[in-house]
Design a protein. Sequence first.
Lengths: 482, 482
Amino acid sequence: MSNDKQFVKEITPQSEDFSRWYIDTIKKADLMSYSPVRGCIVFKPDGYELWENIQKELDRRFKETGHRNAYFPLFIPESFFQKEKEHVEGFNPELPFVTEAGGEKLEERLAIRPTSETMVGHMYAEWIQSYRDLPLLINQWANVVRWEKRTMPFLRTSEFLWQEGHTAHEDEADARKETMQMLEIYRDFAENYLAIPVIMGQKTPSEKFAGAVDTFSIEAMMKDGKAVQAGTSHYLGTNFAVAFDIKFLDRENQQQFCHTTSWGVSTRLIGALIMVHGDDRGLALPPKIAPTQVVMIPIGPAKTREQVNARVRELYAELKKAGVRVMVDDDPSQSPGWKFNEYEMRGVPVRVELGPRDMDNGQVVLVSRITGEKRIVAQDRFVEEVQKLLTETHQEMYDRAKRFRDDHMAQVDTIEDLKSFLEQKRGFVYAGWCGSNACEAQVKEETGATSRNIPFEPEVHKSTCLACGEAAKHTVVFGRAY
Amino acid sequence: MSNDKQFVKEITPQSEDFSRWYIDTIKKADLMSYSPVRGCIVFKPDGYELWENIQKELDRRFKETGHRNAYFPLFIPESFFQKEKEHVEGFNPELPFVTEAGGEKLEERLAIRPTSETMVGHMYAEWIQSYRDLPLLINQWANVVRWEKRTMPFLRTSEFLWQEGHTAHEDEADARKETMQMLEIYRDFAENYLAIPVIMGQKTPSEKFAGAVDTFSIEAMMKDGKAVQAGTSHYLGTNFAVAFDIKFLDRENQQQFCHTTSWGVSTRLIGALIMVHGDDRGLALPPKIAPTQVVMIPIGPAKTREQVNARVRELYAELKKAGVRVMVDDDPSQSPGWKFNEYEMRGVPVRVELGPRDMDNGQVVLVSRITGEKRIVAQDRFVEEVQKLLTETHQEMYDRAKRFRDDHMAQVDTIEDLKSFLEQKRGFVYAGWCGSNACEAQVKEETGATSRNIPFEPEVHKSTCLACGEAAKHTVVFGRAY
């Protein structure tokens, strides 16, 4: 599969044009292709494999917390969207509609799901009768479609892949506990699996999910200082329960509306992963998600090749046995230098080199993708040294991303401050906010920055609103976002 | 999730009304719900879990044979279907079209994929340049839509889940090898995982995939004698390569068209699984796919409960440690008899009973779902005896299904023979066929039976065509089908 890759000769440096760097990188690493359908991409095997690893890891965490998977229809009758007022306003502009099928015009137009609260709500009303049916904890892995005006591979595509959890509970307390539990799973997953530090917090009313009472998010900073909302968890109150009549007989034999939640992450995580860790050499994948964690490259002249390759194969077998995802590239038609560049561009966390001199000395060379550090280690400590370097690499990547974010956060008192911050430096700011939609809208209009969230643990507390100067109700993180 | 289950009081006996038995069974076992969208079902957790197990097992087999997963868009421009003449004729009547999106009428209508040969063909033309890019071995797990007139849960739904493999090769020989390899993977999977015996063979021209040169299938017999096509593998020749311009520079530096294949199985396998193994007590799941392989039920009076439960927990831990999917039901509010029925209805392959007398004797009782046989075994041989019974259960279920099929296969010489066979007995027949479409169509019209396939290994060879009486070209399996 050569075309997309060959399309990019050199990766544009990040400092020159970050967007071009991103596209060059994902093309050259062969992660995706543009498709002939507007705003839809093809996930090529190297890109899709990242999603498979995300799925595997999250699915395990969902199941450990008692959730089960199900599958709901792609099509949603148009009338369903009318039942929840905010929901229809939020999603209607982005809906594609099926109007004909099997050669006939449909009586009711069918929307392609942008999210499934309405369909799930309809079914839950049928399934839930009693408190004994609660909590109902279901997740779905699915494709969804939102007809976006501006798209960007992985980060914003018309069709994307995601998971959407939908749960129903006896009361607010239990539903809120679930909402927070899932947000915490997303935070833990982002930080400890993807090595992406995130800011946890609550969305402002104007940025919350259409139909939610409260929306919570994890927000990540890309290397161009822009934000990616990396996961959201919504407490929906009884909004969808009332709209779809999801009722149950409680322990006192009274009819009650359920309290529901929903939560999701999508293939945009792949985009975030690339923009947080990548550099001018291309992709840099954190070890836990990297499909290939270690690439082994034999070096040296032709006359020692056989002997070196044999030893590489032995070490490979040891590593494989220890559960490390490792490959060997002993293709004699490519130079070691070419291979070094290739696997750096593909983001393989650790490279192993072995040549005749290393053979003589009973050693092997480990090279870190992210730091470039070379470690000469004894062959009889090979497996543990590789594992150690992988563990350190995860931590190093997280620390670097965290340091970058900390270096690109400021606090501002006024919209003018925010403007000059965004002119001089990329990043997020902490600012006070009075709580009015008007002030938030003014910030957006004048600076292009939106409220990311109201962080649970802000590093500073601001006392006045950056827009109107009145007393601040919250300290908010603002930033430009994808 | 009580509603669907409570809906069914008693499962209708198979002999009374097989279709009602089927619907009763899948409702009572809580596998699905009807959705508000015509012909689309909701896969509830207990149903979806069967699909998850199918996915896990097949995905492993695909990857072991060098395939990788990717993801192509849901939407396919209408014009793509025009490019392959047979393909458009076969699929156009079943296509739903998106005509509006984001509040605007689309310039070109977008079909919802019924299968992805066209989109894949378009992309492969872009990706493949040289013989070095071949073979290209890709699979996709996805939802597809075919606007069916008559639907049946799992077996035929407007939207369904499936995998579709798409591969491109240098020449016919390599593509045909792939086609056969994947068919063999399906056969092995059906027989050794699902315990469903299948007939491998080639589809007649009128039953082949629209756009294929040759289609091969595995066909299974349900307990009502009807057929389910359980998997297909297509050699597409250069049909799609010519239509979409999938060319490569060969080893002699000449431009050549690729030879392509596609192959798939879908959620209809869940329907087949139920109709092959289920009985009047409900589901019967083969051990390898059963989400719960063993249910443990403590019995006896309240006064020994604590002691018995403690021992059950110990034995449970042993079984779990050995990798068996086991659960305990020690709910004191339900009687053992109720539980026995419940888990039989749900198809759990093995039940374990432990009571005070068993405690005294150091023994435990194993009960087979499929045969009803009770085995009293020593507790210190518990794990191995359970594993043995699970292995035997798989074999027993396969053997029963095979015996049923053999008992319901006949050979016929004429259409009249076939008619009277179908009136007296359910099942498949072997018959000679001259090779003409007209004769095949006549059989279908007069009997409702279609050619299932031309088996690779027919048990008999017939010399004359059942319709025209001329010399037979092939021995064909005919049967009514879902």
